[in-house]
Design a protein around this ligand. Structure first.
Ligand code: GLU
Length: 340
């Protein structure tokens, strides 16, 4: 998947802050230039309207925990957030219900199967397994404490807007396109209901989930949302405490094990950061205590991860010293390379 073309970049083991700002800006520009011409992969079209996405689009944004952004390309291009919403709805639900309830009701283990697998539910006695697959995300949305589907939707939209630092809007065209074709997700809702895993009405819950996936965002929004998770829950653009630092830790842990579909292990091995991707082509990768990368490019690998986005993140993880697992000897300089 990665072709290992970022291996020529020195792997830094950098604790503390990001490198100086001018250097970050240079490396973000270099990451964009390296991969803008890469045209491997396919645009998702199982949600019909996504098939019309322009494959040339490529936006790359890095936002640090102080709110400074470094951006190149189409960072203002809008797209539907899709599965990336799962990370932030999970955080909102953790904030409301706490660590244990979410662990018990949803789970935190990877399925090793596709994001919309029905077999994964059956193989695991009705458990939705983790909040980053569709079953677990639908179960998580059902846990948003609300008296009606409409109230649940407003809480989700409002919560994700607080992560983004601006009011996010529904993309009605994407919502309608998915709502007309999401028979599989409705089946997943019914299956969870049959196992007693969903308290609210399953079809209404799937509808709220479909709307959350159709919220319109930019690569810049994703970087701000990720930087909020990197900064102990404080949105660096607005200064608002959106969720607690403990919730950020729990969310990032689940992203590390489950955020990149069934390729999560491979992603962690190459890039070493908690991240989430979505089938419209977005990726958010979070460097705790430092900041986040947001990317948009709709050409995907077979698992559903943006190819340019993955390559740009691999490059930046190495060049900016973001890999959480990069090892360094005590006493060595912070910037000393640990070659892998
Ligand atoms: N709304 C999409 C679905 O449920 C999200 C998929 C994704 O981005 O992984 O199929």
């Amino acid at each position: 998947m990665f072709e290992h073309d970022a291996v020529d970049v020195e792997q830094r083991a950098l604790t503390g802050a990001l490198p100086p700002r001018s250097h970050v800006a240079e490396l973000v520009a270099e990451a964009h230039a390296r991969y803008a011409g890469l045209d491997e992969g396919e645009v998702a079209d199982y949600i019909p309207v996504l098939g019309a996405a322009d494959p040339a689009r490529f936006g790359l944004s890095v936002v640090d925990i102080e709110g400074t952004s470094h951006e190149v390309g189409g960072v203002g291009d809008t797209f539907s957030i899709q599965s990336i919403s799962k990370a932030f709805v999970f955080a909102l639900v953790c904030e409301e219900l706490g660590h244990e309830a979410v662990h018990d009701r949803v789970g935190v283990n990877n399925t090793g199967l596709a994001f919309n697998s029905v077999m994964a539910i059956e193989l695991n006695g009705g458990s939705p397994m983790n909040p980053m697959v569709n079953a677990g995300a639908i179960a998580t949305t059902a846990l948003v404490p609300a008296a009606s589907a409409e109230e649940r939707w407003e809480l989700v939209r409002g919560g994700l807007s607080r992560f983004a630092g601006r009011e996010l809007e529904l993309d009605n065209t994407v919502y309608r396109s998915e709502a007309e074709t999401n028979h599989r997700n409705r089946a997943i809702g019914r299956l969870l209901q049959s196992y007693g895993r969903l308290d609210p009405d399953p079809l209404e819950t799937v509808d709220v989930y479909t709307r959350q996936c159709a919220l319109s965002v930019t690569a810049h929004d994703l970087a701000v949302m990720g930087a909020t998770l990197a900064a102990g829950g404080v949105n660096p653009a607005t200064g608002e405490q959106v969720v607690s630092a403990e919730v950020c830790r729990d969310t990032l842990t689940v992203l590390a094990s489950c955020g990149m579909y069934e390729r999560s292990g491979e992603w962690l091995f190459e890039i070493g950061l908690p991240a989430k991707s979505g089938v419209s082509g977005g990726i958010v990768a979070v460097a705790p205590g430092k900041g986040a990368v947001g990317t948009y490019s709709p050409l995907l690998d077979p698992a559903g991860n943006s190819i340019r986005g993955q390559r740009a993140c691999a490059y930046l993880s190495r060049a900016l010293g973001l890999n959480l697992f990069a090892s360094i000897h005590r006493g060595a300089s912070e910037l000393e390379a640990s070659h892998v």
